[in-house]
Design a protein around this ligand. Structure first.
Ligand code: BGC
Length: 808
């Protein structure tokens, strides 16, 4: 241990208190010991430093900071250098705003397009997500601020996210849900990590020794601190024993008392407490020193320009018939769509940034060489039909050479705390685009949406540019692409399926009760569509350019694949070359191909470049559940290279010798997995894959402190059912108004115990137990506990506070 000197002076009360937060964002300081406090802030695509009262849902305004495009957008750039630059810029702003730990990037796997937080996550593919996350982490940490990759792990659903058990087999866990974090830790060098709300295979992520100790610390060599998600701690003592350092945000001293009691009863050892304190001390002391002499300002203009470049590099051109884009100079255009006036540039929830400024297409269009015949909002944002505006838009469409239609998902579709129930855009936008298409054949669509949407209407457009959510400087980026100042080079980091019903998890997501069964195994995103032969609208890795690229001369050796890319067009541009690996005739089941490398290459017209993509430790490995380690299956692997997952231009074979002949699966027992047709995996087969019985996910009996508030419809107490009804009706009212209430959503999905974990000591776990008793129909017993607990808690808090203030 590094800080034995300080540790030897700390009392057990100080140690226990040190391991949980003070207020919404800070750690506790101890003047006597020279231990300062550090400050954490969201979020991954901009700094959300709250100056006034703290809340963690983005409700209270934060200090102005640059709002960069979120992870879902930047992943489409496939550009790790850009990721690093963004990280550096974020680190600089964090430092200027007095933030020591930046709570991001988020890199959960996009298991379903419905997850409300997909806009905050990079990809459906762990390799791409991990590489991009690692680049952010390197950038952020190079400025003396710690990055905090989140949410570790298997947290791909918002519904009841705090009261959910993700049931997943070990191989899928390792290959799909942990690989991205592994890259962020090993290659990015992340110094903190945020444990997720959910349980993983029956144990809370924050108490999960397998995740936090065996894998994160022992296998990956993580030497930083684990911070709980806000309110994610269940049993703090078990968390500490498993390797978790800091319980956030502000459980008060109840949880510190819990820790002391656990040491006294022998439930956990003092050595665990000391080890966690030592790790936390290292982080706090280092971050404190890093922040000395910090600059309190950042260059808003330069950062805005970086945000614009990032948005331009990340937009994906999905379609461009007759090369309608880029527009000809002086083209007569109609600008239609509310998003051209009020852009949709970031998602909602804890990542909400208060931008330094926001540009709009309507304001910026005049600085481009285009003749604007008129602008109209076209549709109303709340989904209501508006005949007058629609007519205005259609009239304009008839007068223009080209119609630029700005549309997509409304704010209410993408937010932390909720999942979408469908993948459609609002019907009023669909009706309008159909009419616009009939009025003017030169219809160009500019989409804003942080996640995949159904596009049954795509044939109405000659060109489609998917901008995802492109940050505060997105408008200029879009106009640069449309007019040809920038050649698009983004490629989809997730598949756009034809219909929600085509997704592999259609029947499994979101889970209804206590457990979320990952029955699809590793067949997520393109791994499924590709293997099961399900046609998609736009495949993973797809994106067009204004120029064209040719691939030639592949060769492969032990260390990697080399090939040549030529820019065969007349504009400079960038190509994202992707390397997929396949093993046909494999003895284990596998997706038909998997991304194992990529390179973004910039080329002048006519230029050729030799590109090498190196193999790494992940290229040929699979996780063998029988030997419990990463193995290589012996065989002749095909290395495939191309511009997209479904368009392979070159391939070559490489032989690998294997590390074992103990194979874990039998084809007869796992037919769905061997065929990739995993839409309806029977219980017995999922059980085989899991290697144990499927846990019972049904609710029955009494509610516990770990059940979510929204489960009160099961409550025995009429009062609790009434409270549930009131909450539900408030939630519905907010949802119907088009502006979901994040507070209500949070309360709805949170477990009872979170009342004690997030109220700064006002509520103790004893009081929570009382409340749960009331909910379960034992009104008087429960009330007694709440009242008695209230006084006992107050008294104990005072005694403890005095002790750590040196007064007792
Ligand atoms: C979110 C985290 C976030 C934290 C603090 C939680 O609800 O899940 O991503 O960092 O709040 O705002």
């Amino acid at each position: 241990m590094k800080y034995t000197d300080i540790l030897s002076k700390m009392t057990i009360e100080e140690k226990a208190a040190f391991l949980s937060g003070k207020g919404e964002w800070q750690t506790r300081e101890f003047e006597r010991l020279g231990i300062p406090s550090i400050f954490c802030s969201d979020g991954p695509h901009g700094i959300r430093k709250q100056a006034g009262a703290g809340d963690h849902l983005g409700l209270n305004a934060s200090l102005p900071a640059t709002c960069f495009p979120p992870a879902a957008t930047i992943a489409n750039s496939w550009d790790q250098e850009l990721g690093q630059t963004l990280g550096e810029t974020l680190g600089e702003e964090a430092m200027a705003l007095g933030v020591n730990v930046l709570l991001g990037p988020g890199l959960n796997i996009k298991r379903s397009p419905l997850c409300g937080r997909n806009f905050e996550y990079f990809s459906e593919d762990p390799y791409l997500a991990g590489k991009m996350a690692a680049s952010y982490v390197r950038g952020i940490q190079s400025k003396g601020v710690y990055a905090c990759p989140k949410h570790f792990a298997v947290n791909s659903q918002e519904l009841r996210r705090m009261a959910m058990d993700s049931v997943v087999d070990e191989r899928t866990l390792r290959e799909i849900y942990l690989t991205g974090f592994e890259i962020a830790v090993k290659e990015g060098g992340a110094k903190t990590i945020m444990s997720a709300y959910n349980e993983v295979n029956g144990t809370y992520a924050n108490e999960n020794k397998h995740l936090l100790k065996e894998i994160l610390r022992d296998e990956w060599g993580f030497d930083g601190i684990v911070i709980t998600d806000w309110g994610a701690s269940n049993d703090h003592a078990l968390g500490v024993a498993a390797g978790s350092n800091l319980e956030m945000p502000n459980p008060g001293l109840d949880s510190a008392r819990e820790l002391i009691a656990a040491v006294e009863s022998g439930k956990i050892s003092m050595a665990d407490v000391d080890a966690r304190c030592d790790e936390l001390l290292d982080a706090v002391m280092t971050l404190y020193v890093n922040a000395q002499n910090r600059k309190e300002e950042f260059d808003k203009n330069t950062h805005h320009a970086i945000a614009r470049k990032a948005a331009a590099e990340s937009a994906v051109l999905l379609k461009n018939e007759d090369s309608i884009l880029p527009l000809k100079k002086g083209a007569r255009v109609a600008i239609i769509g509310d998003f051209a006036f009020v852009p949709r540039y970031q998602g909602a929830g804890s990542s909400l940034v208060n931008p330094t400024r926001v540009e709009t297409v309507a304001d910026m269009i005049s600085s481009y060489d285009l003749q604007v015949v008129g602008m109209s909002r076209g549709y109303s944002r709340n989904g209501q039909e508006d005949a007058e505006t629609r007519k205005e838009a259609l009239d304009l469409a008839q007068k223009a050479d080209v119609v630029l239609f700005f549309f997509g998902l409304n704010e209410d579709s993408e937010s932390e705390g909720m999942d979408r129930t469908h993948m459609r855009i609002p019907q009023n936008q669909i009706s309008l685009l159909q009419e616009l298409g009939a009025a003017n054949a030169n219809l160009v669509g500019i989409i804003s949406a942080g996640s995949a949407i159904e596009m049954p209407w795509h044939h109405h457009f000659k060109a489609l540019l998917h901008c995802y959510l492109n940050g505060q400087a997105g408008a200029g980026a879009v106009l640069d692409i449309i007019t040809g100042a920038v050649n698009p080079s983004g490629k989809l980091s997730e598949t756009i399926p034809r219909r929600l019903e085509d997704t592999s998890v259609y029947r499994y997501y979101p889970s209804r009760e206590r457990t979320s069964e990952y029955r699809e195994g590793p067949f997520v995103g393109y791994r499924y569509y590709d293997t099961a032969g399900v046609p998609v609208l736009y495949p993973f890795g797809f994106g067009l350019s204004y120029t064209s690229f040719e691939y030639s001369d592949i060769s492969v050796n032990e260390s990697g694949v080399t090939f040549t890319i030529t820019n065969a067009g007349d504009r400079e541009g960038a190509e994202v070359a992707q390397m997929y690996v396949t093993l046909s005739g494999s003895r284990i089941f596998r997706p038909s191909k998997e991304l194992k490398g990529f390179a973004k290459v910039f080329l002048k017209p006519g230029e050729s470049k030799k590109v090498t993509i190196a193999f790494d430790d992940k290229t040929f490995r699979y996780f063998n559940v029988k030997t419990d380690r990463w193995e290589i299956e012996e065989g002749k692997y095909t290395v495939k290279v191309g511009p997209c997952s479904t368009e392979i231009k070159l391939s070559a074979e490489v032989s690998k010798s294997g590390t074992t002949d103990t194979y874990p699966y039998s084809k007869e027992e796992l037919p769905s997995y061997y065929s990739g047709k995993i839409e309806n995996v029977p219980d017995a087969e999922f059980e085989k894959l899991l290697g144990r019985a499927i846990p019972d996910g049904k609710w029955s009996g009494n509610l516990s402190s770990n059940d979510a508030i929204c489960q009160m419809y099961y409550a025995k107490s009429g009062l609790a059912r009434f409270a549930y009804k009131c909450l539900t009706s408030r939630k519905k009212k907010a949802d119907d108004s088009g502006k979901p209430d994040l507070n209500i959503l949070f309360i709805y999905n949170m477990p009872f115990r979170a009342m004690a974990k997030m109220t700064g000591g006002a509520v103790s776990m004893e009081m929570v137990d009382g409340i749960v008793q009331i909910v379960n129909g034992h009104f008087f017993g429960g009330l007694g506990k709440v009242i008695g607990g209230y006084f006992r808690n107050g008294k104990k808090n005072r005694i403890y506070e005095n002790k750590i203030q040196g007064r007792g």
